[in-house]
Design a protein around this ligand. Structure first.
Ligand code: ZN
Ligand code: ZN
Ligand code: FE
Length: 752
C-alpha cells in the first residue's frame, strides 16, 4: 500500500508562475482557483505587489494544460503582459487555495481601470427575482468601479470609497466564496447594505426605483439632468430635442464644441454613424470610450459643422437602468462643467457648479475618489487611436522603460496628463486638462500627489522631468519640487512617445512632430519638425517648416486670420484679403501691421498655424471656440472631395516652403475652384511634404506624432503613402496628452 502514493508522488511536478499586467481587481485569482480545480491540481494563488504568484503541483499534462489555459481563458478585463514559469520541488499539498496578499515596501502592480457592467450582472439587473434587481451599484469581480474608488493600495475594500458600507451577511458570503463570481469583489453591495441613489429636483427628493422613472420622464420632457457616473457627473438631455440641446449649450457656455451621445446598444449606434468592424469592437471594448465615427444623421446642435459624431455605450448599471426606465434612446452625455473647466465629481461642488445648468440631479451615495473624464478614441487606418485617455484606460501601464529609478514626467500645459515610472513601468494618469484653469491645475497637483502616495514614492527620490518651456505652469511646478530635474524639448517628446510604446529605444527613425505649439531649442514656437536619430542616440532636428511670424504669439491660435498674417505677408501677391472671396475681418490688418513692424511677434514653424491659415483662406474667418476647431473644419470640408493632386510644397535647404502652397490656394480661390477640393489638396500637400523629407531617409520608420495627426483624413492619406513604414501612437494620444510618456522615455534612457 505504501507504494501507490509514492508512485503517484513521483509522477507529480510542481511549478511557480508569476503573472504581470492587469491581473488584480479583475477576477483573476478566482479564475485561477477554478482553473486549478478543473485541472485537478493542488497549490495556491496570491496577489503579490508586482502581479499574481501561483504555485501548482500535479500530473505533468495537467500542469501543462493549466499553464496554457491561463492566457487563453483569462477574464476579459485582465491584460497579461508577462507570464513566467519555473520548476519547483513538489510539496505534496492536498488542495488548491487562495492565499492572502503578499505585501512589500513598494507596490508595482498595475491598478485596474474602471470596468463596464458585465453581461452576467446585466442579466441580474433586469431579473425581478434577483436580489440586485434594478440596483445601480451591482458589480462583480469582472466589472464595476476600480481606479475611480481606490484611495490606496493594495486594492482592498477598506482602501476604497466603499469602506463606509459594511457588507450584509448575504454579500459577505459571496465575498468569501471562491466559487462565487463576487469572491473578493471589493465594491460588492446590494440594496440592503449598499449605497443608494436619489433624484433631486427643486426641493423634492425621490429615492429608489421611482428616482429612475422620474429621471427618465424628465429627460423625455426635455429637461437637463445631471447624472453621477463613475468618474464625475454627466449632463444628459435628449439629443433629438434641438431645444434641450440648445439650452444645454447656452447654460454650459459651450458654443460649438461637439457633444458626445450615449445610446443603449450597438444597433442604436449603427443608426447614428457608419461603424466599421473595428469601430464596433472599440465601442463594446472594456474601455467603453466615446468612439468618433462618420455620422449618418444630423442631430441639430450636437456636433455642428462636423461630419463625425462621438458615441458611447452605457458602462454603469445606472446608465443601463435609465434607458430601460424609458429615457430617450439618444442622450447627449457630456462632462458636467462650464466651458473647459474640469468635470465636476464631488457632490457639493457639482451641486454648486451645476445649479444653473441642470434641472435635476440623479445622485448616488458612493463617493468618487478621483475625477475621470470619458475617454475618446477612433478606429483609424493605423489601428485604434486614443484622443483623450481617461476612464477605462487610466492608469494602465503603457510602456516599459529601461529605468530602475522612480521618475515623474509632468507633461505639457495643454491636455495635461502626468506619467509616473516605477521599476520601469510607465503609468500615465488620466487626462487632466488645460493647466491655465485653476481647477485643472489643482487636479494636476492632486494627481501627482495621488500617484506618488499610491506607489509609495517620496518626492526626494524622484527624477522630475518637465517641458523645456520656462513659462509652462507644469515647468514652474516641477522646478519647485525637491529631487533632480530634467527638461525635455516638446517635439522630441512627441516622437519619443510613439517609440516608447513600442519599446524601440535604439531604432533609428525619421520623427515627424506636427502640432500647434511647443517651445523650440531656439526659443521660437515650433510645430513642424523633422528629427532623425533614436531615443537613445538623440533626436536631431533636420528639417522644419519655413518660419513665419506670429502676431501675438500663442494668442493667435484663437484667430485663424491673425495666425495667417505672418504667413501671407511672405507671399508676393496684391490680393485684397478683406474683399471676396476671402472677406477677412479687420483683425487681419491689425495683425499684419504688427508683423510688418515686428511688434509683439514671434517666429513659428507651426503646422497647426499653417492649417489655420489654409482654413482662413478657404473661409473660416471667425474666431475658434475650441482648440483645433479651424483644422477640424478644414478636414470636414476636405472629406467632401475625392482625392486630388497636391499643391507644390517644396523642400529646400532643410525647409518645407509654404509659399507656393499658399499661392496655389489663393489662385484657386480667386479662380472659383470648389472649396472641398482646395481643402483636400491642402491635406494632400501636407502628406506630400512628409514624403519629400522621407525620401532623404530611406528604409527607416517614419514616426508621426503631435496634435495634427489626430486628423483622420491626413492619416488615411499617409497610410496609403507609407503603409506599415509609418508608426503612430496607439496607447497614448498623439496630442499633448502623450507628452509625459515621451518625456519619461527620453529621461529614462538618458539615465541608463
Ligand atoms: Zn459583473
Ligand atoms: Zn448586501
Ligand atoms: Fe504638442
Amino acid at each position: 500500500m505504501a507504494h501507490a502514493p509514492q508512485t503517484a508522488q513521483r509522477q507529480h511536478v510542481a511549478r511557480r508562475l508569476h503573472i504581470q499586467g492587469i491581473v488584480q481587481g479583475v477576477g483573476f485569482r478566482p479564475f485561477v482557483y477554478r482553473l486549478a480545480h478543473a485541472h485537478g491540481l493542488c497549490g495556491w494563488v496570491r496577489n503579490g505587489e508586482s502581479g499574481v504568484d501561483i504555485y501548482v503541483e500535479g500530473e505533468p499534462p495537467s500542469v501543462e494544460s493549466f499553464e496554457a489555459a491561463i492566457a487563453a481563458e483569462a477574464p476579459a478585463a485582465a491584460h497579461i503582459t508577462s507570464q513566467t514559469s519555473d520548476p519547483a520541488p513538489p510539496q505534496g499539498l492536498s488542495d488548491f487555495v487562495i492565499r492572502d496578499s503578499e505585501r512589500r515596501d513598494r507596490p508595482t502592480t498595475a491598478l485596474s481601470p474602471d470596468l463596464p457592467t458585465c453581461a452576467a450582472c446585466l442579466r441580474e439587473l433586469q431579473d425581478p427575482e434577483a436580489r440586485r434587481f434594478r440596483y445601480p451599484y451591482i458589480n462583480c469581480t469582472e466589472c464595476g468601479p476600480r481606479y475611480s474608488i481606490i484611495m490606496a493600495l493594495p486594492y482592498d475594500r477598506p482602501n476604497t470609497t466603499m469602506r463606509a458600507w459594511p457588507m450584509c451577511a448575504y454579500c459577505q458570503a459571496q465575498y468569501d466564496d471562491p466559487r462565487d463570481r463576487r469572491f473578493h469583489a471589493q465594491p460588492i453591495a446590494c440594496p440592503q447594505c449598499g449605497p443608494k441613489f436619489s433624484l433631486r429636483s427643486g426641493h423634492t427628493t425621490t429615492g429608489g426605483d421611482a428616482a429612475l422613472d422620474a429621471a427618465a420622464m424628465l429627460l423625455r420632457n426635455g429637461a437637463i439632468v445631471a447624472v453621477k457616473s463613475l468618474g464625475g457627473y454627466h449632463l444628459a438631455c435628449d439629443a433629438r430635442n434641438a431645444q434641450s440641446v440648445q439650452a444645454l449649450r447656452e447654460r454650459k457656455f459651450r458654443k460649438e464644441r461637439p457633444f458626445a451621445v450615449m445610446v443603449p446598444d450597438v444597433a442604436a449606434a449603427r443608426e447614428l454613424a457608419e461603424l466599421s468592424k473595428e469601430a464596433e469592437a472599440l465601442l463594446t471594448s472594456v474601455h467603453r470610450p466615446i468612439v468618433l465615427a462618420r455620422s449618418k444623421t444630423d442631430l441639430a446642435g450636437v456636433a455642428p459643422d462636423n461630419d463625425e459624431l462621438g458615441i458611447m455605450l452605457p458602462y454603469t448599471p445606472l446608465q443601463h437602468l435609465l434607458f430601460t426606465a424609458g429615457a430617450p434612446a439618444t442622450l447627449v452625455m457630456t462632462s458636467a462643467n462650464r466651458s473647459s473647466e474640469p468635470i465636476a465629481y464631488a457632490d457639493d461642488d457639482a451641486a454648486e457648479r451645476l445649479a444653473g445648468i441642470a434641472d435635476a440631479f440623479l445622485v448616488g451615495e458612493r463617493p468618487i475618489a478621483r475625477r475621470m473624464d470619458d475617454s475618446v478614441a477612433r478606429a483609424g487606418p493605423f489601428g485604434n487611436i486614443v484622443l483623450r485617455r481617461a476612464r477605462g484606460y487610466a492608469p494602465d501601464a503603457v510602456a516599459t522603460l529601461p529605468c530602475k529609478r522612480p521618475l515623474l514626467a509632468v507633461g505639457a500645459d495643454l491636455k495635461n496628463a502626468v506619467a509616473l515610472v516605477i521599476e520601469g513601468q510607465a503609468f500615465v494618469s488620466q487626462h487632466i486638462g488645460d493647466l491655465e484653469h485653476y481647477q485643472a491645475f489643482e487636479a494636476f497637483k492632486q494627481t501627482i500627489a495621488d500617484l506618488c502616495s499610491m506607489y509609495a514614492v517620496t518626492p526626494d527620490e524622484l527624477l522630475v522631468v518637465h517641458d523645456a518651456h520656462p513659462e509652462y505652469q507644469s515647468t514652474v511646478h516641477a522646478s519647485g519640487m525637491s529631487g533632480e530635474k530634467l527638461a525635455v524639448q516638446h517635439h522630441r517628446a512627441h516622437v519619443a512617445s510613439v517609440l516608447a510604446e513600442r519599446g524601440a529605444f535604439d531604432a533609428d527613425v525619421l520623427g515627424v512632430a506636427f502640432d500647434g505649439t511647443g517651445y523650440g531649442d531656439d526659443g521660437t514656437i515650433w510645430g513642424g519638425e523633422f528629427f532623425s536619430g533614436s531615443i537613445r542616440g538623440g533626436l536631431r532636428r533636420h528639417v522644419h517648416l519655413r518660419e513665419a511670424l506670429l502676431a501675438g504669439g500663442d494668442a493667435a491660435a484663437r484667430f485663424p486670420v491673425q495666425a495667417a498674417a505672418g504667413f501671407l505677408d511672405q507671399i508676393n501677391s496684391r490680393v485684397d484679403f478683406s474683399a471676396p472671396p476671402f472677406c477677412f475681418p479687420e483683425r487681419y490688418d491689425r495683425a499684419l501691421q504688427l508683423v510688418r513692424k515686428r511688434v509683439r511677434v514671434f517666429g513659428t514653424t507651426s503646422i497647426g498655424r499653417l492649417f489655420d491659415t489654409a482654413a482662413a483662406l478657404v473661409g473660416f474667418t471667425r474666431p475658434v471656440t475650441f482648440e483645433g476647431q479651424a483644422a477640424m473644419w478644414l478636414e470636414h470640408r476636405a472629406r467632401a472631395s475625392a482625392a486630388v493632386a497636391p499643391y507644390a510644397f517644396p523642400l529646400q535647404e532643410g525647409e518645407l516652403d509654404f509659399r507656393p502652397l499658399l499661392e496655389s490656394i489663393i489662385a484657386d480661390r480667386l479662380g472659383g475652384r470648389n472649396e472641398a477640393e482646395i481643402a483636400r489638396a491642402f491635406h494632400e500637400s501636407i502628406a506630400r511634404g512628409i514624403s519629400l523629407v522621407a525620401e532623404s531617409f530611406p528604409d527607416v520608420p517614419v514616426v508621426l506624432s503631435g496634435g495634427v495627426f489626430q486628423n483622420a483624413l491626413l492619416l488615411d492619406i499617409l497610410r496609403a503613402a507609407f503603409g506599415a513604414r509609418a508608426w503612430t501612437n496607439q496607447k497614448v494620444p498623439p496630442n499633448d496628452g502623450g507628452i509625459s510618456l515621451g518625456q519619461a522615455a527620453l529621461a529614462a534612457t538618458a539615465l541608463s
